[in-house]
Design a protein around this ligand. Structure first.
Ligand SMILES: Cc1ncc(COP(=O)(O)O)c(C=O)c1O
Length: 360
């Protein structure tokens, strides 16, 4: 078989709504304002609506969203901020850039989201906040983390549209941070991000920080940065936002097909990634590649194994995150796969399931 089921193909999102995207590009390129204008404001209103928060603030990336949200908490410089050891490098990077020290905590061996008991025992007098990551679109236990008494920032970069006990991801903690990197459940055609919050002070501070710390314009009263969202990305995101619920339903259908092929039940969530685990990861990946199924690994190294984060404190044993990093494999799961491609992945997974190798 020559064709391959791609892990992610950005062209498909474009083709699916091509007329709408083309119209948006013409409209924005012919408009007077192309950065932080009416499209950004409209997107912010719509995204705040989706997340049931009072405000959304568009920024340049998910990493910036996390950094600026943490800075807006006004924690003492050099505070410790807890985060899971299994996450994108962006999470601890943002903590460091906000002037704090990451404290790396193990994940729950089943869901691979942060282990709340481990987070509790990792806290010291210097610990000032927690970043909860909804990894793979699975809900981190934010309500239980909030009981530890510290502000919780949600890293919801993989969790657009996730609802937990009736409340949207992003609205569960003090602030929610989203990435709109193209592969995300809600993806732009470039980099973009947003902070959502119902705390007006946090929203106002992030607005200042994204434009050099200026208020009023040309008067920087705190040190900020440039993290503006441009009109084109905001307008394209508005087009895609209208399809998010349907896209997430399609992801859930695909996850159910894969579950059935493997005889497993996926953890709940919005299936940003469909992840299986194998002790023989490389041979599993080779067999899937031979069957024409592209795979990826999220993530091959835990944060604690990466030199850039050597200044982080290890908040206890990290055996689950380390074991997961050696075993996880992501297979294609997005709303633009064709039924034939889904079938092909499912057939390949069923074969693996009969070999007994992968586990949820
Ligand atoms: C869990 C997580 N946090 C943060 C980010 C950072 O987002 P961005 O790439 O938009 O900076 C990402 C995306 O890559 C992510 O997956």
């Amino acid at each position: 078989m020559t064709s391959v089921v791609p892990f992610f193909d950005p062209r498909r999102a474009y083709v699916a709504q091509q007329d709408a995207f083309d119209a948006v590009c013409r409209r924005v390129l012919a408009s007077e304002q192309i950065v932080l204008g009416p499209e950004v404001e409209a997107f912010e209103r719509e995204f705040a609506g989706l997340t049931s928060t009072a405000e959304a603030v568009g920024v340049a990336s998910g990493t910036d969203a996390l950094e600026l949200a943490l800075r807006a908490l006004d924690l003492p410089t050099g505070s410790e901020v807890v985060c899971p050891d299994l996450t994108a490098a962006a999470t601890p990077t943002a903590i460091l850039r906000a002037g704090h020290r990451p404290v790396l905590v193990d994940v729950d061996p089943e869901t691979l989201t942060i282990d709340v008991e481990r987070a509790a025992s990792a806290m010291t007098a210097r610990t000032a906040a927690i970043v909860a990551v909804h990894l793979y679109g699975r809900p981190a236990a934010v309500a239980r983390l909030l009981e530890l008494g510290l502000p919780v920032v949600e890293d919801a970069a993989q969790a657009h549209g996730l609802v937990v006990d009736g409340r949207p991801a992003g609205s569960l903690g003090q602030a929610g941070c989203f990435s709109f990197y193209p592969t995300k459940n809600l993806g732009a055609f470039g980099d973009a991000g947003a902070v959502v919050t119902s705390d007006r002070r946090i929203a106002e501070t992030v607005r200042e920080l994204r434009t050099y710390g200026e208020r009023p314009r040309h008067y920087a009263h705190r040190q900020g940065t440039n993290s503006r969202l441009d009109e084109l990305q905001a307008a394209l995101l508005r087009v895609r936002l209208a399809r998010l619920a349907g896209d997430n339903r399609r992801r859930a259908e695909i996850a159910a097909v894969y579950d059935q092929a493997l005889g497993r039940v996926s953890p709940p969530g919005v299936h940003h990634l469909y992840v299986i685990r194998s002790q023989q990861r490389e041979s599993l990946r080779s067999r899937l590649a031979e069957a024409g199924v592209e795979t990826a690994v999220h993530y091959p190294w835990p944060i604690s194994a990466q030199p850039a984060f050597s200044s982080a404190r290890l908040g206890g044993e990290l055996e689950a995150s380390r074991a997961a990093a050696d075993a996880v494999v992501s297979v294609p799961c997005n709303a633009h796969l064709t039924p034939g491609e889904v079938e092909r992945v499912a057939t390949a997974l069923a074969r693996e399931g009969s070999l007994g190798s992968p586990r949820p």
